[in-house]
Design a protein around this ligand. Structure first.
Ligand code: F6P
Length: 332
């Protein structure tokens, strides 16, 4: 009998979600004759049985469109709300899964989503995870889709700005700052994984200044160590201006990094992830997250992913080479 599957997108949105939905859906329908439902607003749709039928027509024309046709939310069905003594959401999900006669739910999301997916698998709901996030910090895969688009947006802003300090997203990981910094010709790149001192940042800027390079591009990740009452870029800009007397401006790119049409690379990665997820389901290989490692697609058990982050290795060759080209990352 043909399988019946659900798809949901959870967590913050990012470019490529529609490409992944399309990749799963088209492969499931055309290659395996499966029936496909799309749950709306992340895990909320699964809890409250809110879904749409996804046929080929609904999956057409969405590859290049930003956002997600299913909507998303940060609903965490296993999290107990304050003061609650029982949590009925996992039981509701299980009932809906059985009522709808589903064989599997494809959960597209970041770290939080993969954790929830692993918990669902433990209570008897078959899942397959697909890693997405602009932060590129999902453990077990070298790439998440959304990352390339965010870096491209940040890089464009970078090269067009006269502002010296540019803050990019990334949560606790420095991937976006590292890639946008390198691609945008950043002179100073500050990421959470490498300790820095403002004194040495200023020394690097003054050194450039003395070499008749009065403009320095400083790319900072939002997650760097900084006082909580200000943004990372405002803090760094204020320190530079105060300590060096050099006029400094700051820009925070914010949510534009998560919007818009996905880059070609993200469209391809999301499509491949989606198609691979459908093939895993066809084989009955559940409880897995699709992953990209050593140049190849594969999968990793979801229970190995949860609670861990993929962070930048401070000794990465890319960083070592950039240091040799005069980029300041912090203190070695
Ligand atoms: O995980 C993606 C991300 O954009 C992070 O880079 C950022 O720290 C966070 O989400 C912002 O979360 P929210 O959308 O809840 O403001």
């Amino acid at each position: 009998m043909a399988k019946r599957i659900g798809i949901l997108t959870a967590g913050g949105d990012c470019p490529g979600l529609n490409a992944a939905i399309r990749g799963v859906g088209k492969t499931a329908i055309l290659n395996h004759g499966m029936e496909v439902l799309g749950f709306t607003a992340g895990f909320s749709g699964l809890i409250w049985k809110e879904y749409i039928e996804l046929d080929e027509a609904k999956l057409s024309g969405i590859l290049t469109v930003g956002g997600t046709i299913l909507g998303t939310s940060r609903e965490k069905p296993f999290k107990m709300e304050k003061g609650e003594e029982t949590n009925e959401k996992p039981a509701l999900i299980k009932k809906n899964y059985q009522d709808l006669e589903l064989d599997c739910v494809v959960c597209i999301g970041g770290n939080g989503t993969m954790k929830t997916a692993a918990q669902l698998q433990k209570i008897g709901i078959n899942v397959v995870g697909i890693p997405k996030t602009i932060d590129n910090d999902v453990y077990g895969t070298e790439l998440t889709f959304g990352f390339d688009s965010a870096v491209s947006i940040a890089t464009e802003a970078n090269s067009h700005q006269r502002a010296m300090v540019i803050e990019v997203m990334g949560h606790d990981a420095g991937w976006i700052a590292l890639y946008a910094g390198l691609a945008g010709g950043g002179d100073i790149i500050l990421i959470p994984e490498i300790k820095f001192s403002m004194e040495n940042v200023c020394k690097a800027i003054e050194k450039r200044f003395s070499m008749r390079k009065p403009y320095s591009i400083v790319v900072v990740a939002e997650g760097i160590d900084h006082p909580s009452n200000t943004s990372a870029s405002a803090y760094v800009a204020e320190r530079i201006q105060t300590l060096t007397g050099i006029e400094t401006r700051d820009t925070r790119l914010g949510y534009i990094q998560r919007g818009g049409s996905p880059t070609a690379m993200d469209r391809i990665l999301a499509t491949r992830y989606g198609a691979y997820a459908a093939e895993l389901i066809a084989k009955g290989d559940y409880g897995q997250m699709v992953a990209f490692r050593h140049g190849k697609l594969g999968s990793i058990p979801l229970d190995k992913v949860g609670g861990k982050l993929s962070l930048v290795d401070p000794n990465d060759q890319m960083i070592e080479k950039a240091r040799k080209m005069g980029v300041y990352f912090g203190d070695e």
